[in-house]
Design a binder for this molecule. Structure first.
Ligand code: PHE
Length: 337
C-alpha cells in the first residue's frame, strides 16, 4: 500500500493529481483511516505496534507528497521565469510630461512685472451683471459706446463679461473709499466676434487700476514704459496716442516701438515702427464717484491689454487660434521657456 501511494505521488504531473493521491490514501475514506478505525478490535499488545506502523506509513506518504508539491512549485516558478523574462537593459519608454500653457506663462510674466511695481492681483466673476460690466464704468444702457464690445447676454441684466474692468469696479467698492487702490485684474473675457487669425470670441485680458492722491498721466506713462521694457527689451520705447474709452478721460492708445524680444531673440517689425499693445487713460470722474471716490480728492489711471496679443507679438505667433486648439507641436515650443 505504501509503495503504491508513494509511486503515485512521484508520478503526479500537477497539483491536482497530488491532491487526488492525498485524498485517496490519507483522506477520510482512505485505507489509513480505515485501519485506524479498526484499532479498537486489536489486543493491547498489538495496538501500539499497529499504531506505530500506521504512523510510519502515513508520514512516508506525506513526505512523498510534500516533496512532490515542492518539486511542482519549483517547476512552475521556473516556467514562469522562462516565459516572462524582462530585459532590464532595454531603454524605458519616455513619459510625456505636460507643461504650462504659453498663455498662462505670459500671464505670469505680466503679473510678475506689475507685482514688482506694487500692484496686487484681483479676480472676479466671468458671468457678470450689466451693472458692473457697463453701468459702473460710465456706460449707461443704450450708450453708443456699448457697440465697441458686442456682448453675450444670458438674461437682460446678466452677461459674460466683455472686459475685466468690472473687477476694478468691484475692488473700488470693497475698498470703500480707501487708497491706494493698486490692482491688476487678469482673466477671461468674452465678445461676440467671428473667430479668425486675430479675433477670438473668448480671450484673456489684464487690466490695471491705480487710484490715489495726485496720480497723473506721467505715472501711467512711467508704469507702462517699465512694463514694456521688462516684457520686451530694455531699449523699448512707448508712445501714447489720443483715443476714446467711456471709462477714462483723457484716453490713450499705447504703442511700443517695434523691437520685440523674447528669450529666443529679437525681431524688428516694419511699417511705422510702432505697434499698438493696449488702451489706457485717466479714470473718468463719473467712474470714481459711482464707486465711492471723491473725484476732487483722488485721481487714478487705468489700462487694459489683451494677453494673446502680447504673447503673439513677443513670440511671433501668427494665429490666435493656436492658443486654443491644443496642438502638441505648438505647445511643445513653449516647454521650459
Ligand atoms: N476695458 C478696455 C477694453 O477692453 C481696455 C481699457 C481698460 C482701456 C482701461 C482703458 C482703460 O477695451
Amino acid at each position: 500500500l505504501k509503495e503504491e501511494a508513494i509511486q503515485k505521488a512521484t508520478k503526479a504531473q500537477d497539483m491536482r493529481a497530488v491532491q487526488d493521491v492525498k485524498v485517496e490514501y490519507l483522506g477520510k475514506k482512505g485505507p489509513i483511516t480505515e485501519v485506524l478505525r479498526g484499532m479498537g478490535q486489536l489486543s493491547a499488545e498489538e495496538r501500539p505496534l499497529m499504531g506505530q506502523l500506521v504512523n510510519e506509513v502515513r508520514n512516508e506518504i506525506e513526505e512523498a507528497l510534500t516533496s512532490k508539491v515542492n518539486e511542482l512549485e519549483a517547476k512552475l516558478l521556473e516556467d514562469k521565469l522562462a516565459t516572462e523574462t524582462i530585459d532590464v537593459t532595454l531603454p524605458g519608454r519616455p513619459v510625456k510630461a505636460g507643461s504650462t500653457h504659453p498663455l498662462t506663462q505670459v500671464v505670469e510674466q505680466i503679473e510678475d512685472i506689475f507685482l514688482g511695481m506694487g500692484f496686487k492681483i484681483a479676480e472676479g466673476p466671468e458671468v457678470e451683471t450689466d451693472y458692473f460690466n457697463f453701468e459702473l464704468l460710465n456706460l449707461p444702457k443704450n450708450h453708443p459706446a456699448r457697440d465697441m464690445q458686442d456682448s453675450f447676454y444670458i438674461t437682460e441684466d446678466i452677461l459674460l463679461r466683455t472686459q475685466t474692468s468690472p473687477v476694478q469696479a468691484r475692488a473700488m467698492q470693497e475698498m470703500k473709499g480707501e487708497v491706494p487702490v493698486k490692482i491688476i485684474c487678469p482673466g477671461k473675457v468674452f465678445r461676440r466676434d467671428d473667430d479668425d487669425a486675430t479675433h477670438s470670441h473668448q480671450f484673456m485680458q489684464i487690466e490695471g487700476l491705480y487710484i490715489d492722491r495726485d496720480i497723473s498721466m506721467s505715472d501711467l506713462k512711467g508704469t507702462l514704459l517699465t512694463f514694456a521694457k521688462e516684457m520686451f527689451s530694455d531699449d523699448q520705447n512707448i508712445r501714447l496716442r489720443p483715443s476714446f474709452f467711456p471709462f477714462t478721460e483723457p484716453s490713450v492708445e499705447v504703442d511700443i516701438s517695434c523691437i520685440l524680444c523674447s528669450g529666443k531673440g529679437c525681431r524688428v517689425c516694419k511699417h511705422t515702427g510702432w505697434i499698438e499693445i493696449l488702451g489706457a487713460g485717466m479714470v473718468h470722474p463719473n467712474v470714481l464717484e459711482m464707486s465711492g471716490y471723491d473725484s476732487k480728492t483722488y485721481t487714478g489711471f487705468a489700462f487694459g491689454m489683451g494677453v494673446e496679443r502680447i504673447a503673439m507679438l513677443k513670440y511671433g505667433i501668427d494665429d490666435i487660434r493656436h492658443f486654443y486648439t491644443n496642438d502638441a507641436r505648438f505647445l511643445k515650443q513653449f516647454q521650459r521657456m
